[in-house]
Design a binder for this molecule. Sequence first.
Ligand code: SF4
Length: 308
Amino acid sequence: MYVPSGRAARSFAGDGDASDADVISETTIKNVLTRTTGFLRTVTSHSLQPYCGCTYGNSLCGAGCYVRHNGRLLKGRAWGSFLEVRTNAAQSYLDNYDAEAAWARRAGAQGLFSIFCSSSTDPFVPQEFRSGITRAILAAMLERPPDRLILQTHSHRVAEYAALLRDLADRCDVRVHVSIETDREEIPGLPPHASSVAKRLAACARLKEAGLWTVVTVSPLLPIADPDGFFARIAEVADAVVVDHYIGGDGSQDGSRTLKTALPAAMRQLDAESTELSYRDRMAAVARRYLPGRVGISIDGFAGRYLP
Ligand code: SF4
């Protein structure tokens, strides 16, 4: 049973097992199924956040995370400093299933009741392994499956749920997206990864071996040291890859959200060309050599629409 830890300083270990959130609290939500708007609208009918906030917010991915600009969600708090545990999320899913599934099949993306989990938190924050909120949601989905689930994470610990996801994949279309933005374990000027590149690639291999459709989302694309080696390795451990640059991928037209963060300067230090959109196309061309027909660009890739 999850015990709220209240205000307690933690150190960030950068291995997906620890985080540095100041405040962890419990909350309930009326409807955990949010009808998608904006860029997600062509991907799924709904998004689902087991948590509000993200305890990976002070890791590398948090540096460019577009949610850190969402004042309505932050309510004056620093991104990465809080996590609200939605204790009734699984029950809320079941309570709202009929109405939301009916709406989605009538008016949602591709006429499917499809769920993106998650777009403003990570379903596998370290606290998940005490609270079991995501696990409870997946169990509820076994009872009443959506048509499609896209599970998006930055953590290698998703692989611990492979058996449960495999069961769910027998009931609906399950796609597991693991974000791996670069082959570099460190980017000078940025904090450590929440979960190492090596661990995330190994997690993909486990998921794929379990028979799950596994997608590496290179999002946002960071400078890659060895593009051929990186995409060749992805082709071994995943079924598809998405290449997504912050220009056109951060929810603004021109990448202006990310330009306010430390990301572009750190990228420029390693490879000046990596801050140009042409870098995405260059990396996608390499990816296509190793995963022909299974490379998606930005939002099309998230939706499972791949280049020929
Ligand atoms: S895991 Fe996702 S939601 Fe959390 S900080 Fe990183 S990019 Fe943002």
